[in-house]
Design a binder for this molecule. Structure first.
Ligand SMILES: Cc1cc2nc3c(=O)[nH]c(=O)nc-3n(C[C@H](O)[C@H](O)[C@H](O)COP(=O)(O)OP(=O)(O)OC[C@H]3O[C@@H](n4cnc5c(N)ncnc54)[C@H](O)[C@@H]3O)c2cc1C
Length: 312
């Protein structure tokens, strides 16, 4: 039977915006799409998922172990729920990339990661070599297609749907070798980097941790999420969950502003789908200017205060 199952990403209360984008990718396969919400209490999240246009059914899978979702305990539940589905997807977020390969292994199905375009029910485009090469891959027809959908490549599904919500109990015994103990998150009132409409990033050129305040200040003026280059993370200016790029987060905001970032290919990979890229760098030959829509050659410590004045 040709039917697509999309696993919702959420924080226990709200649906992560990546799910709405993944719905658009899942619908491109051309089969009916259901969303599964694994949680201890899935009602509010299922209600949000049911509004996504094009979704037929939202399946709530509630059990206490799903309060804190772990790849090890989610994968066998996905395996059980996947029966009857031809395709099983998750958004290509850090969590999706953790979960789906496990589910794929249990389903004995080859994983198609980072789907950026759907060419047919079993044929997809995906990037390799830090986005330098786009390959077309064909999944075998006889296996369930499992994959992650690159959220930066698809627009949000509209919130105009009215999917049916149902409950499902899965008779699956969960592994006990991996248990949730505690969650330590870097708390921030700023918009989430991967779903923010505006992102401001700083690089090695910012100089040190104290100087990074200037980046936070301009970001707050713009209501933006804050990112950084790997050099800034490695130098300890900011925590590593702020890293943008090949080994960090892929972002696709409407506006991406970067200060003191040279534009190494591994950084640029993470911002390729941004709407407008603004770069400030004191080196006129910095590679970032090759991809920037607006480039300003100058010292960030002079330019940011001027931008702030203009925004006041
Ligand atoms: C396998 C691998 C994976 C990687 N993954 C990532 C990744 O995910 N993300 C990532 O970012 N990098 C990644 N990197 C590292 C990447 O190659 C670069 O080293 C890194 O992006 C450089 O960061 P940067 O631009 O901040 O620093 P630099 O390259 O040192 O550039 C600093 C820039 O700041 C400018 N500058 C200095 N002072 C000022 C000032 N006062 N005003 C304005 N401009 C100023 C300089 O002109 C310079 O262009 C990866 C590398 C490898 C090998």
């Amino acid at each position: 039977m040709s039917r697509t199952l999309l696993i919702a990403e959420h924080d226990g209360k709200n649906l992560n915006p990546s799910t709405a984008k993944a719905v658009t990718g899942a619908l491109a396969v051309g089969h009916p799409v259901d969303i599964a919400v694994f949680a201890d209490d899935a009602a509010a999240i299922a209600e949000q998922a049911a509004k996504l246009s094009g979704v037929e059914t939202v399946i709530k899978v509630e059990r206490p172990e799903n309060k804190h979702l772990l790849a090890a305990t989610l994968a066998p539940q996905i395996q059980a729920l996947a029966e009857g589905y031809s395709h099983v997807f998750m958004p290509s977020t850090t969590f999706g990339k953790d979960v789906m390969p496990r589910a794929a292994a249990l389903l004995n199905s080859p994983q198609v990661s980072d789907i950026m375009e759907v060419l047919g029910s079993h044929q997809f485009k995906r990037p390799i070599y830090a986005n330098n090469v786009i390959v077309t891959v064909t999944a075998p027809e006889q296996a369930t297609v499992t994959g992650t959908i690159r959220t930066a490549s698809f627009k949000d599904a509209k919130a105009e749907g009215k999917a049916e919500v149902s409950d499902k109990t899965l008779d699956v015994s969960l592994p006990e070798h991996t248990r949730f103990l505690d969650l330590e998150v870097h708390k921030s009132d700023r918009p989430d980097l991967q779903s923010a409409q505006r992102v401001v990033s700083g690089g090695r050129g910012v100089g040190n941790q104290e100087n990074f305040e200037i980046i936070y200040r301009i970001a707050d003026k713009l209501g933006a999420g804050v990112g950084a280059s790997r050099a800034a993370v490695d130098a300890g200016f900011v925590p590593n969950d702020m890293q943008v790029g090949q080994t960090g987060k892929i972002v696709a905001p409407e506006l991406y502003m970067c200060f003191g970032i040279s534009g190494a290919i591994q950084h640029v990979t993470g911002i390729k789908d941004a709407g407008t890229i603004v770069a400030v760098n004191k080196d006129p030959d910095a590679p970032i200017f090759e991809i920037a829509d607006i480039g300003l050659v100058g010292d960030l410590f002079e330019i940011i205060p001027e931008l702030e004045k203009a925004l006041d």
